[in-house]
Design a binder for this molecule. Structure first.
Ligand code: C2E
Ligand code: MG
Ligand code: MG
Length: 410
């Protein structure tokens, strides 16, 4: 039986030997209700059971796989040189099935045990021996309630209260980051603007998706502070980009909750003056679904922003059930077609027709059209034929850290 230090040394050795392209799975296989076997049949029977389990695992696995007994009837299985994460589940499944055998533990006693296998895979779930072992160990609990009795480690959900408190501190301490994604004009693909996208890496839980922390901010009264941060940092980078000769505009996502805060419009116009940025260099993107919840009030506020030259674009268009009557009345300059339509264009004639119709409609209403989520040349060619004005997506460029972007421009 390996002690704790030896286990870690063994895993660390395998990690050192591992080919960086071939994942290593750390599997903790835990037998349940073994104590009942020991109490009924004696400790010698318990030891015989552990030996039988080891032999059974050894016979089931590949010669290069390593098996160690780490505690009573717990085993550490290391599966090196896997072809992918899915292969770790195949290996763990083999362990579980092998141990479903009936074990002869001497004196005519035959027992069956229930096992659960928790899996952590390097490099995806960590590259540190201790962390991987702890993660595989904690996945055992989830495995015991699965029909296949094995489970991958998954990151724990962040408690909402923690998320809210930590986000408040992150905004106040300026610990969010701004990423910029280029938007290209068709047909020449010149980069005329960037979309500002916020990023937050939680000190304990890692990257938090923007949809999650924006929703937290909207619900918890933090959206004003977040939007102020966002506008301020976006304008700061815009000024620097323009100073370096890039004739660019910046698009900032705006929650309806922020727009409706008392004083928001004045504050935004103050910021533009403070940074000496002309209103027409700023685009505010509002999602269609949010806008439709309170059209009347939004119309009034957006009209004031527009009077200062700020452009207004409707984001994720096609997912929010705009009525065409509203579309005619709202003060809008641009329409961003949701990436779910763009993604399907190349293989789905109907998606392609819908996009063409959206483009025609927008042009008839004197709006510019931006297609989001453009990932391949075929889709871009179709958009160009349909008369789309701007494209954004991984094909043109991924969102990158705004500070890196500035370095590149300089
Ligand atoms: P959005 O405004 O529609 O932003 C576009 C999203 O699509 C971004 O996700 C971007 O990374 C992603 N994307 C861009 N090109 C591609 C592509 O080619 N393929 C695919 N699959 N995805 C692409 P992200 O950054 O995760 O943001 C998600 C949403 O969170 C944004 O959707 C926006 O509604 C919101 N958001 C992000 N930052 C802010 C912010 O600072 N304030 C507010 N209010 N909302 C924000
Ligand atoms: Mg957007
Ligand atoms: Mg969008």
């Amino acid at each position: 039986m390996l002690n704790h230090a030896a286990v870690l040394e063994e895993v660390a050795g395998c990690l050192r030997d591992a080919n960086p392209d071939a994942p290593l799975a750390v599997v903790v296989v835990r037998a349940q209700r073994v104590r009942e076997v020991e109490l009924a049949h004696g400790y010698a029977a318990g030891a015989a059971l552990a030996d039988a389990m080891y032999a059974c695992l050894r016979a089931a696995l590949r010669p290069g796989d390593r098996i160690h007994r780490i505690a009573g009837h717990d085993f550490l299985v290391l599966l090196p040189a896997l072809r992918g994460r899915a292969h770790a589940a195949l290996g763990a499944g083999k362990c579980v099935r092998a141990l479903q055998a009936a074990f002869d533990i001497g004196d005519g006693a035959v027992v069956q045990v229930a096992v659960a296998a928790g899996i952590a895979v390097a490099p995806f779930d960590g590259t540190d021996a201790d962390l991987l072992c702890r993660r595989a160990d904690s996945a055992c609990a989830a495995a015991a309630s699965q029909p296949e009795r094995h489970a991958f480690w998954t990151a724990p959900a962040i408690p909402l209260e923690t998320l809210h408190d930590d986000l408040r501190v992150a905004i106040a301490d300026n610990r969010l980051e701004l990423h910029l994604q280029p938007i290209a004009a068709l047909p020449g693909r010149a980069i005329g603007s960037y979309e500002a996208l916020s990023r937050w890496t939680h000190p304990r839980f890692g990257p938090v998706p923007p949809d999650v922390f924006i929703a937290t901010a909207e619900r918890g009264g933090l959206i004003g502070a977040l939007t102020r941060w966002n506008l301020n940092v976006a304008l700061r980078h815009l000024v620097a980009l323009r100073a370096n000769g890039a004739p660019v505009r910046i698009a900032v996502n705006l929650s309806v909750e922020a727009l409706q805060l008392p004083g928001f419009v004045e504050e935004t116009l103050d910021l533009l003056r403070l940074w000496r940025v002309p209103g027409d260099a700023l685009v505010l993107e509002i999602t269609e679904s949010a806008l439709m919840r309170d059209v009347e009030r939004c119309t009034h506020l957006l009209t004031q922003l527009r009077a200062a030259g700020v452009s207004i674009a409707i984001d994720d268009f096609g997912t929010g059930y705009s009525s065409l009557a509203y579309l005619r009345r709202l003060p809008l300059d641009g329409l961003k077609i949701d990436r779910s339509f763009i993604r399907d264009m190349a293989d789905d004639r109907r998606a392609c027709r819908i996009v063409s119709t959206m483009i025609e409609l927008a042009h008839d209403l004197d709006m510019e059209v931006i297609a989001e989520g453009v990932e391949d040349e075929a889709t871009l060619a179709m958009l160009q034929r349909a008369g789309c004005d701007f494209v954004q997506g991984y094909l043109i460029g991924r969102p990158i850290d705004a500070a890196d972007m500035l370095d590149a421009v300089r």
